[in-house]
Design a binder for this molecule. Structure first.
Ligand SMILES: O=C(O)C(=O)C[C@]1(C(=O)O)C=C[C@@H](O)C=C1
Length: 275
């Protein structure tokens, strides 16, 4: 299988893709999330994709929700990956020599408490963690450090001068497995992602949420987004956990009349939240 990922050799998406799809996949690297979605959609270079959606420290990757909604791709699964961020440099460099730190914006956000201790160091956002590490090595960037995972430090032979610099010990990123053609929901599926709109009147969202609770569904995430064409109106993305497919289908029937434009993005099996 060819799996499109955001990032390049040694990045966290690669690890997530291997964990989910298996060791023998072929990776189709992409410089942005938009390119990832495009590759999965046109299907010439990728059969499926792996896309980060939220992180336990830095929060939701908001543009990815809109990318998903607009692409008509399907969510077929999820994977949670523990993320350990390290500060790495060319051998011999010390923290006092560093003037710039390069990494993916989500990785920089995960390490913001550490980075605030060095206000003179410039933060530079890049396509991904591993590419930042690669650039330090191939361009011989002496006063530049990269924030990336251990795998990248090994591939690009960089020294870790500050290990585990993410703000909280438990740092997890949730990734979604996405595909052009949805797979038929399995009877043992226990999670679904949907989006919907509600009318802009008092209590309309509460009615939906109460119905979800009444049906015994666990709402594991809800996120609101502006609807670009309708100023100050919002749509909602909701992740729901349930017992089995029949349980979800029953609840969905009750929720649908309370919403507008409801769409199921995927029905899949919940990923393991701890390594
Ligand atoms: O830069 C990488 O290594 C990535 O795979 C990207 C990414 C992200 O998009 O959130 C993946 C996991 C980590 O949260 C940090 C960065």
């Amino acid at each position: 299988m060819r799996i499109a990922i955001q990032g390049f050799e040694g990045c966290f998406h690669q690890v997530a893709a291997r964990n989910y799809f298996g060791k023998h996949i072929e990776i189709a690297p992409c410089a942005s999330f938009a390119e990832l979605v495009k590759k999965v959609k046109d299907g010439k270079e990728a059969d499926a994709g792996m896309m980060a959606i939220e992180n336990s420290i830095a929060g939701s990757i908001l543009p990815n929700y809109s990318l998903l909604k607009n692409s008509n791709l399907h969510i077929v699964g999820e994977v949670y990956l523990q993320i350990n961020q390290h500060l790495m440099v060319l051998p011999g460099q010390k923290i006092e020599d560093i003037r710039e730190v390069h990494s993916h914006p989500m990785a920089l956000l995960q390490c913001i408490d550490f980075l605030e201790k060095y206000p003179h160091i410039k933060l530079v956002e890049t396509e991904d963690t591993a590419l930042s590490a690669k650039n330090v090595r191939t361009k011989k960037l002496k006063s530049t450090a990269a924030i990336a995972g251990k795998l990248a430090s090994e591939i690009f032979e960089l020294d870790i001068i500050a290990p585990n610099i993410h703000t909280a010990k438990n740092n997890y990123t949730r990734f979604l497995a996405i595909s052009k053609n949805g797979v038929e929901a399995q009877a043992d599926a226990n999670k679904a992602s949907v989006y919907f709109e509600t009318s802009n009147e008092s209590g309309s969202l509460v009615k939906v949420l109460s119905q979800i609770a009444k049906e015994g569904i666990n709402l594991s995430k809800i996120q609101s987004f502006p609807i670009p064409a309708k100023v100050w109106q919002y749509y909602f993305h909701a992740d729901m956990e349930f017992e089995d497919l029949a349980h979800f289908e029953k609840a969905l029937k009750k929720i649908t009349p309370l919403t507008e434009h409801l769409k199921v993005l995927g029905i899949y099996q919940k990923g393991k939240t701890h390594a």
